[in-house]
Ligand binder design. Structure first.
Ligand SMILES: [Fe+2]
Ligand SMILES: [Fe+2]
Length: 174
């Protein structure tokens, strides 16, 4: 499979997972105390999965970025910026997870605004990062990578085995 298409599929899976956490936040805010903890528990599991899937996805992008940086030489600033954003996004995903855990542990069913703000930050950062990747970076990759380069990236991705498709699979099941 085309390596860029594979990475795009992973974006969709990750965003779907994030949107489903977002939807649950809406239910959380309109639910009574008994449902609150159940929804929160499910949000905690999903946010754990989100952090994991993000980490795997960013590792897999390391099959593409270094070779692209090499081919682009001094023009590779965009690639470097995108790589730097990975750590920031992972930190934001972890912050969401920690806030949900705090609410579970403390039985807090009132103060949701912290979580609302953290989720908003993560959603903004992640959708911006991924859309820039798809519109700019993958386009540059089409331009700069040779057929052999692409084959190599494809091969490296397949060798990483743990394709970050757990979200994709889940999104296909009810
Ligand atoms: Fe990325
Ligand atoms: Fe990405």
């Amino acid at each position: 499979m085309d390596p860029l298409a594979t990475l795009k599929d992973e974006h969709s899976g990750i965003l779907r997972l994030l949107y489903s956490i977002d939807r649950q936040l809406g239910w959380l805010e309109s639910s009574g105390p008994d449902m609150f903890q159940r929804i929160l528990g499910s949000m905690r599991r999903k946010s754990g999965r989100l952090s994991h899937d993000l980490q795997v996805h960013f590792q897999r992008e390391n099959a593409l970025y270094p070779i692209l940086e090499k081919r682009m030489g001094p023009d590779a600033e965009t690639v470097r910026v995108m790589r730097q954003e990975h750590q920031q996004l992972l930190d934001r995903a972890l912050a969401v997870r920690s806030e949900i855990s705090r609410m579970v542990v403390s039985g807090d069913s009132v103060r949701t605004w912290g979580l609302v703000a953290l989720l908003q930050e993560l959603r903004g950062g992640l959708s911006d990062h991924m859309s820039r990747e798809e519109r700019v970076l993958f386009w540059l990759a089409e331009l700069w990578l040779s057929r052999v380069d692409r084959k190599r990236v494809s091969f490296d991705l397949s060798q990483m085995g743990g394709r970050s498709n757990s979200s994709l699979k889940r999104s296909l099941s009810p």
